[in-house]
Write a protein that binds this ligand. Structure first.
Ligand SMILES: NC(=O)C1=CN([C@@H]2O[C@H](COP(=O)(O)OP(=O)(O)OC[C@H]3O[C@@H](n4cnc5c(N)ncnc54)[C@H](O)[C@@H]3O)[C@@H](O)[C@H]2O)C=CC1
Ligand SMILES: O=C([O-])CC(=O)C(=O)O
Length: 315
């Protein structure tokens, strides 16, 4: 393990679980933590550091409070923000979490000039757009986590229908991280056979619905917030791909510049992740129905981006 530093801002459910997941993987030398709640930051640092003495991982975990102590990270993950509660959509978090981005990102950029930024806070695609606008970083260095999570949810629901082995299932979800996300049925497979060929159309429809509602169904059960284990593990996978320069293809949220026929909008698309962040956007051939779904997903994201633009004009 060489000298690799990951910073995490927001040490609540997702941030703390991500810290623990990364520490167990032992893929970075140091994890810096920062949250407005200083006691929480220190408690998470102590608990997770002590946990890793049990199994002898080497990653050092540091609680920081001042912006200048949170510096020189290779990757900074932003999970700071408010989670939704039952009855809310992710979009309801737009203004509150956009304000949090504004308060955090300038110092992140100042003290971490080479970092790749991974955004987790919701509504995800709009928050990536906001982070790009504040940071003025190139699009390869500001990436949103959602597609890996949504795809893993889809795999879970396929698994519930088929009861096949977990590692035989592959799923792919594109588009925005909202109700209009686009599960790609034809390239979602079990042992290399498209699920189209194995499952009834009723089963496929229910997998699509359950995937779209995957986040909400956990919010409804938890009552106090939203999912965190799967989101944290999905973020850890992105970090691993970047730190280890693996060039894996994952669905991630990125600013489009004519790819898939859109520009000036952020959405989940397949990307090659490596040391430079998003190294390439991969263009899948979508069929007409997938294109139509992707378009409506993009329209939903544009509506949120327009709200952010209007708000900026008024300032
Ligand atoms: N992209 C995705 O797929 C997912 C996104 N999320 C989103 O991630 C965000 C975090 O979720 P949780 O960790 O469950 O929430 P949480 O409430 O457990 O943690 C959020 C943390 O952010 C901190 N925070 C708030 N303002 C801050 C600031 N200005 N500076 C530093 N820290 C600040 C809070 O003190 C809190 O500890 C939410 O917006 C949620 O909707 C959650 C799961 C999946
Ligand atoms: O559902 C939420 O609000 C949190 C989230 O984005 C997810 O778990 O997919």
């Amino acid at each position: 393990m060489s000298n690799k530093r990951v910073g995490i801002i927001g040490v609540g459910n997702v941030g703390a679980t991500l810290t623990y997941t990364l520490a167990l993987k032992d893929i970075c030398s140091e994890i810096l933590l920062k949250d407005i709640n200083e006691n929480l930051t220190k408690a998470m640092m102590l608990d997770i550091s002590q946990a890793t003495f049990v199994t002898k991982q080497k990653t050092k975990i540091v609680a920081t409070h001042k912006s200048e102590d949170f510096f020189d990270c290779d990757i900074v993950v932003i999970t700071a923000g408010v989670p939704r509660k039952p009855g809310m959509s992710r979009d309801n978090l737009l203004n509150i979490n956009a304000n949090i981005m504004e308060s955090i990102i300038p110092d992140v950029i100042l003290y971490n000039p080479s970092a790749i930024i991974i955004i987790v806070s919701n509504p995800l695609d709009a928050m990536v757009y906001k982070a790009l606008e504040i940071s003025k970083l190139p699009r390869n260095r500001v990436i949103g986590m959602a597609g890996i999570l949504d795809s893993s949810r889809m795999s879970h629901y396929i698994y519930e229908k088929l009861n096949s082995k977990k590692d035989e299932i592959e799923s792919f979800v594109l588009g925005g991280h909202g109700n209009e996300m686009v599960p790609l049925i034809n390239i979602s497979k079990v042992l290399n056979t498209s699920i189209n060929e194995i499952l009834s159309s009723e089963d496929i429809d229910s997998i699509i619905e359950d995937t779209k509602k995957g986040g909400a169904s956990i919010v409804d059960l938890l009552k106090t917030g939203s999912a965190y284990f799967a989101p944290a593990n999905s973020t850890a996978l992105m970090i691993e791909a970047i730190l280890n320069d693996t060039k894996e293809i994952y669905p991630c949220s990125v600013l489009l510049n004519k790819e898939y026929g859109f520009e000036d909008v952020v959405a989940g698309v397949p990307v090659i992740l490596g040391r430079k962040g998003v190294e390439e956007i991969v263009e899948f051939d979508l069929n007409e129905s997938q294109k139509a779904q992707f378009n409506s997903s993009i329209n939903a994201i544009i509506e949120l981006i327009n709200v952010l633009k209007e708000k900026k004009k008024k300032i």
